[in-house]
Design a protein around this ligand. Structure first.
Ligand code: SF4
Length: 279
């Protein structure tokens, strides 16, 4: 395994990833973790940072890189293969032509992403199950979480985002997102520093998600005025005040009266003391 001197940015990413793992109890001894390595900056960073943490824990958990080649035109994983060998990471690059399915099913001009991600998710889950991985690690970071939150509020009418740890609907998979505290700008800096052999995510030719781009721009603009905006949004996800919202299923508004404590009326003497305290 390659040992390199820890840079300041690597130290920061290690700190925040370790903190998220601890805060959400993401990894336990003996876990077999399949890391989804798409070939983008986020997944490369996730893979490398988890590998460094694995070494710190004396290999208490297992890591495996899984890459899905979706047969997009121009796909070239040669750099990725060299990188995986260099860092001695056990891996599989599986080819499944979801690109043709998506092209055939989605009309020209529409975005492919939702069907593409659904097909990809199915393949990832099946592979993890068939190969005995009990956890699946994804590279979403802080800025993905806050953009998803705002998109969901603005366009779906729900307060939701990407949780740090999730039990899949069929209850057979646990997804973890160890980079949830990491900022995208730090990941970009680290990816440049590490010179990852990035596989571009535009190969599919799908139209950029304009809504996501607008939400990103909006948050970036607000952050220029107040740099705390992104961290405040992330904090909001950890600090939900149900009594201050309107979800009847989560908060028993109908029966608040039962919780109401009737204070006995103040006597005249008590009122006098109260008033003298005030003035
Ligand atoms: S950008 Fe392309 S590869 Fe990525 S999810 Fe969308 S359709 Fe799939």
């Amino acid at each position: 395994m390659i040992l390199s001197k820890e840079s300041a940015i690597e130290k920061k990413l290690l700190h925040y990833t370790g903190k998220a793992i601890a805060d959400y109890n993401m990894i336990q001894t003996g876990d077999r973790i399949m890391v989804c390595l798409s070939g983008g900056k986020d997944s490369f960073t996730l893979m490398r940072i988890l590998q460094l943490l694995q070494r710190r824990t004396n290999n208490k958990f297992e890591l495996f890189a899984f890459t899905l080649d979706q047969s997009q035109p121009g796909w070239d994983d040669s750099g990725l293969r060299v990188w995986l060998e260099k860092y001695q990471i056990p891996h599989e690059i599986l080819t499944k032509d979801t690109y043709s399915i998506v092209k055939a099913k989605i009309p020209e001009g529409k975005t492919y992403c939702s069907l593409c991600s659904r097909l990809r998710r199915g393949i990832i889950y099946r592979y993890a199950e068939e190969n005995g991985f009990n956890k699946i690690a994804l590279g979403h970071h802080r800025d993905d979480l806050i953009r998803s939150l705002l998109m969901s509020i603005l366009y779906n009418g729900e307060i939701r985002s990407m949780p740090p740890k999730l039990l899949s609907d069929n209850k057979r998979h646990i997804l973890i997102r160890p980079l949830v505290y990491c900022q995208e700008k730090d990941i970009i800096k680290y990816a440049n520093e590490q010179a990852y052999p990035i596989i571009p995510c535009t190969l599919c030719g799908s139209q950029a998600n304009l809504v996501r781009q607008r939400v990103k721009t909006l948050i970036d603009q607000l952050a220029e005025e107040n740099p705390k905006v992104p961290s405040n949004m992330l904090h909001a996800l950890t600090s939900v005040k149900l009594s201050q919202l309107m979800d009847k299923n989560k908060w028993d508004f109908k029966n608040l009266e039962k919780q109401q404590e009737m204070q006995p009326e103040m006597t005249d003497a008590e009122l006098e003391i109260f008033a003298s305290d005030l003035f």
